[in-house]
Design a protein around this ligand. Structure first.
Ligand SMILES: [Zn+2]
Ligand SMILES: [Zn+2]
Length: 345
């Protein structure tokens, strides 16, 4: 089968022939129908996210059809349409047992990072990470659901948004756009911040009450003005010190700040902003399997719109192109999906 293999930072992915993986007794083999490319994949190619074992097949936003079933697996049939939760936890450490399997004590084991992923014709997943999807969800939407939606959903669940809470969201990429919608579903009033007007326009269509173009207005000042004193919650989806600092300054006393964007290094915070404001700073990484049934329902009932976010569909043979589109922002991408069966146009 064909797979897009990562050989290390600075090197393009190699689309090459590899053997179809052998199915373990608790695994299912999935014929990949769609695999989302994530900004974290761009980070891997640039070396700002390091993968210890290479070569590896990238792709952690996977949907497809069950092609083969391990001998101990129950509840699946060949041809079932499924979405895959990429994070594979140990299942028995204290963190796993208390609903925090995304930060499992064993360390991260993620399909598409430490295990071969979905930028391939077939991929393997433990049956416990696989969820059936209804016909009302396309494979492209199901792929996006597994990370671009599941990650902000998880973060918002940790924040416990109350109806009427002001939520300012920095970064209107794939995850930010999903955060807008999930915050809305929770009764939050959303302010979207970005540098590009076309993204802000889409954020409004998806439920942002206000938007701020940070190249034209100071997002902190404008948020404080719109909310009459500061947002209840700020979320950062970019991973830059500057926007983290802005997020911290955007919330009112006793506000909450959530970091989701992947960054590197350190950022400076003013004592005044945390201590005297009695602010809560949160981080959230990755996804948990328990969220998947609800995510699938939210998308299949149209409460969350993922179709609108898929701006590019690319064949597997052009996997490098998919990453380049995100990296260089070719054609205003929000989410890029790779489809093994897609032909080069
Ligand atoms: Zn991702
Ligand atoms: Zn664990």
């Amino acid at each position: 089968m064909k797979a897009a293999r990562f050989y290390g930072p600075g090197k393009p992915l190699k689309v090459e022939d590899v053997t179809i993986p052998k199915v373990g007794c608790n695994d299912v083999l999935i014929k990949v129908k769609a695999c989302g490319v994530c900004y974290s994949d761009v980070h891997k190619l640039h070396g700002s996210v390091i993968l210890e074992h290479t070569p590896i097949t990238l792709g952690h936003e996977i949907s497809g059809e069950i092609a083969e079933i391990g001998t101990d697996v129950k509840g699946f049939r060949k041809g079932d349409r499924v979405a895959v939760c990429c994070m594979v936890p140990c299942g028995h450490c204290q963190l796993c047992l208390t609903g925090r399997e995304n930060i499992c004590a064993r360390g991260e084991v993620t399909i598409g990072m430490q295990l071969d992923g979905g930028l391939a014709e077939y991929t393997l997943a433990p049956a416990g990470n696989v969820f059936k999807i209804p016909d009302t969800i396309s494979f492209e939407e199901a792929a996006i659901l597994t990370d671009a939606l599941a990650t902000p959903y998880h973060a918002i669940r940790l924040l416990c948004i109350k109806p009427g809470d002001w939520v300012v969201i920095y970064g209107m990429g794939g995850l930010g756009m999903c955060a807008v919608q999930v915050a809305n579903v929770n009764g939050g009033r959303v302010i979207g911040v970005d540098l590009f007007d076309q993204k802000l326009k889409m954020a409004k269509e998806l439920g942002a009450e206000y938007t701020i173009n940070a190249t034209k207005e100071n997002p902190v000042r404008r948020t404080i003005e719109l909310t009459k004193g500061g947002a209840d919650i700020a979320m950062e989806f970019i991973g830059l010190a500057k926007t983290v600092q802005q997020a911290i300054k955007s919330v009112k006393r006793s506000g909450k700040v959530m970091l989701v964007g992947i960054g590197k290094g350190v950022f400076n915070v003013d004592w005044q902003d945390i201590l005297f404001k009695q602010l809560s700073l949160f981080g959230c990484y990755g996804v948990v399997r328990a969220d998947f049934p609800k995510l699938i329902e939210l998308v299949s009932t149209g409460r969350i719109n993922l179709k609108r976010l898929i701006t590019h569909i690319v064949p597997l043979t052009e996997a490098n192109k998919a990453i380049e589109i995100l990296d260089k922002k070719i054609g205003d991408p929000i989410r890029v999906v790779v489809k093994p069966e897609e032909q080069i146009k």
